[in-house]
Ligand binder design. Sequence first.
Ligand code: HEM
Length: 523
Amino acid sequence: MALGEPYLLALIRHAPFWSVLLPLLIAPLILYQLLVHGKRKGKGKKETTIIRLPPSPQRLPIIGHLHLMLKEPQRTLQRLAHSLGPVIYLQLGGVPAVVVSSPEAAREVLKTLDVHCCNRPSSPGAKMLTYNYRDIAFSPYSERWRERRKLFISELVGSKRVQSLSHALEEQVDQLIQSLSDQPSMEPININEMIFALIDGFIGTVAFGRMSGAKLLKYNEFQQVFSETLAVLSAFSAQDFFPELLISRWVDKLVGLEARYRRIFGELDAFFETVISQHMSPGRVQPDNKDNLVDVLIGLWKGQGKQGLAVTKDDLKAMIMDAFIGGTSTSSVTLLWAISELIKNPRVMSKVQSEIRNSVNGKPRVQVSDTSQLKYLRMVIKETFRLHPPAPFLVPRETMEHVQLLGYDLPPKTRVFVNVWAIGRDPSCWENPEEFYPERFEDVDIDFHGLDFELLPFGAGRRGCPAIAMGTMNVEFTLASLLYSFDWKLPEGMTSEDVSLEGRGRQIVTRSTPLYLVPSLHK
Ligand code: HEM
C-alpha cells in the first residue's frame, strides 16, 4: 500500500474481489449499519450498561477494520499493538473481534478464560466442508466435539500411537532419500513440492494405511483440491463478516464463493467416498497398520466400536479432512521455513549437520529414535516455530459469554485472535527478535507444548493442537534425515540474500515463492 494512499482506494486496488463487490454492498450495508447498529446503540442506552472495550484503531465506514486483515495482518496488527497495547478491539464488518499480542494476554485467553472462549465462530464455508461441523477443528465447543477429539487422539495422534507409526514415516523418508539420490546431480529441486508429497504420504499412511491422498487421486488433482480447500477456508466471505445481513448470502452467491464451496465439497466428498469404498472392499489387501484411522472409524460406524460412540459416515469424512488439512499443511510449512532459514544461515546449517552426523554416525539413515539425542536440531525447530508459526493467529476462537480480559470487557460472540507471530517477535521476551539464533534456547527453558505463552505454534488450552507429538515427529525426523543424507546448495548464481522469507496466506502462512535447492549426497 503506497504511503498516504487512502485506505478505501488501496483496498480496491489490492483486492479485485472488493472492487467488484463494493458498489453492490454499499447501499444495503449502510442501511444495515443504521438499522442494526442504531438499534443496538438505542438498546444500550436504555439498559445503561457501561462496558470498557479495548483500544481500537480508526475504523472505516461499513467495513470497520476488515482492511487490516488483507495483507500480512499479523504484521499490521503487531505494529498497531506497539501503539495501542496488547489487546486491540476490531470491528470486522458486523463482527466484534479482539487481537491479543502479548504472552500475558495470551495466557488470559488460553488458560484463565479458556473455558469461556473456546468456541469456534461459525462460517458457511467451514460448515459445508466439515459436513456441518462434524470435524474437530471447526466444531463448536460441545459434548460431541469433546468425544470426537478424544477419539481422534486415542486412534490417530496420541503419543503411543505416534510411536507405533514411526515406521511409516521412516518408510516415506527412505523413499524420498532414494528418489533424491537417483536424481541427476546439480538439478534444482522444488522443495515445496517435495515436502508436501512426503508429509501427504505419511498422513495418508497413518489415516488410510499405505494410501496417500495424492496416490488416490492423480497427484496434481489432489494438490489442486487440497490447496483450493485451504484457499476457500481463508477466503473473505460476506456471510462470515456480516452474519446478520440477509443480503450477505446473495453477495457470496454473486461473487461465486458459494459455487466454489459446493464444487470443492463435491470433489473432497468424492475423494472420501473412494477412500471408504476401497477400505470396505472385500478383496482389499490389508495394510501393515490395519488399525489406521479409516479402518477404526469404519469399525465404529458399523457398530463394532466402543460403547457410546456413535460415528456416522459424515463424522468419518470430516475427521479425515481434519487430519489432512490440519496435519499436512502445518508440518510441511514448518519444514519449508526451517530449510529456508538454514540456507540463509550457513553457520547454523553447518552446526546442526555436524550434530546429526556425529550422533547418527555410521548408520545408513536416521531413525526416529535418534532424534531424542539431537538437542541443537530441536533448538533449530523451536526457533523456526518462533519466527514462522504456521498459523500466525491460531484458529480463531469466540467468547461464549461476557468476559473480562486484562480489565477490558468482551461481549459474548466476540471473535478472539491470538497473534502468536507477534508474540514470537516481542522484544520484551526475545533479544534481537528478528534474528534466527537457535542458541537463545540454550539457557531458557521455553517449550511449545502450550505451557509457555511466549511460544505458541500449537496453541494451548482446550482447543490446542491435539497432534503435537505427531507434528513434532514429522518435522524433527524429516529435517534430521534430509540434513544427514544430503548437503543442500542454492542453484547456480543465487546467494542466500536472494532467499526470500516473505510469507503468504491468511490462516496458514507459507513462503510466497517456491524454494529451489540442489541436493548432493553426503558420503
Ligand atoms: C507442525 C505441525 C502442526 C502445527 C504447528 C499445528 C498447529 C495447530 C494450531 C495452531 C491449532 C489451533 C490451536 C488453537 O486454536 O489453540 C491446531 C489445531 C488442530 N490441529 Fe494441529 N498442528 C500441527 C500438526 C497437526 C497434525 C499432524 C494433525 C492431525 C493429524 C493436527 C490436527 C489438528 C486438529 C484436529 C486441531 C483442532 C483442535 C480443536 O479445535 O480442538 N495438527 N493445530
